[in-house]
Design a protein around this ligand. Sequence first.
Ligand code: 13P
Length: 287
Amino acid sequence: MLVSAKEMLEKAKAGKYAVGQFNINNLEWTKAILLTAQELQSPVILGVSEGAGKYMTGFKTVAAMVKAMDESLGITVPVALHLDHGTYDGSYKCIEAGFTSIMFDGSHYPIEENIAKTKELVAVCGEKGISLEAEVGSIGGEEDGVVGMGECADPDECKSIADLGVTMLAAGIGNIHGKYPANWQGLSFETLAAIEEKVGDMPLVLHGGTGIPADMIKKAISLGVAKINVNTECQLAFAEATRKYIEAGKDLEGKGFDPRKLLAPGFEAIKATVKEKMELFGSIGKA
Ligand code: 13P
């Protein structure tokens, strides 16, 4: 059931668990995540980066595919279709295409401009019942060619953005997209606690969910994180499973080259990764 992310995240924050956002790249990815969420009775958020949207020939195609697949698979758990790290223009395109949730990432603008643009989108999304995520303090690493330095967010700036009426807030606390470097300092729980104190009930979002140790994930949830984004880990699992299939020569046996067979191990690997994350985040049975 396609819905805004508002209710599922408010419930998660109150119940001290987190809803996973898993990014999609194609039909197999989408199907694997939807089926896992349904099997485990977990709410779920499908993330679409601007690059993945382009790859899938545009946000309209993505929205049409997700809507149709949600219906044809008979998915009854709450599913939000969410733009990940949207630009200002991309946010409007997704609103028009029928996304149920938007992230406007204005973290690279001066704070006044981030506030002005976010405020405008709060009004537009509010009217249409679309949930809105804002970001303060960039997330480290590289995503779609955008490189963030991973600075920690300023708790007062977080409060200024939260007070605009966004649904959820992503705040940099030393988290990084992609694989964490060996010398990573870990999450700054001091920053997270200071933000949580300022923003109260606002669900907080943790980006860069790949490779964060389980104890840090649990502590972040206890400090108000209600949404955790995972992308790279599904990609790695998919690539590894596909590589093993090819290395074993299965693509050359019988009808093993059939794309439905060739992509099946990767599909199962995504399902397993999503299940593992939902267990860790505590969202199973919370639909
Ligand atoms: P990872 O690729 O590190 O899992 O991060 C995903 C993310 O935060 C998407 O916004």
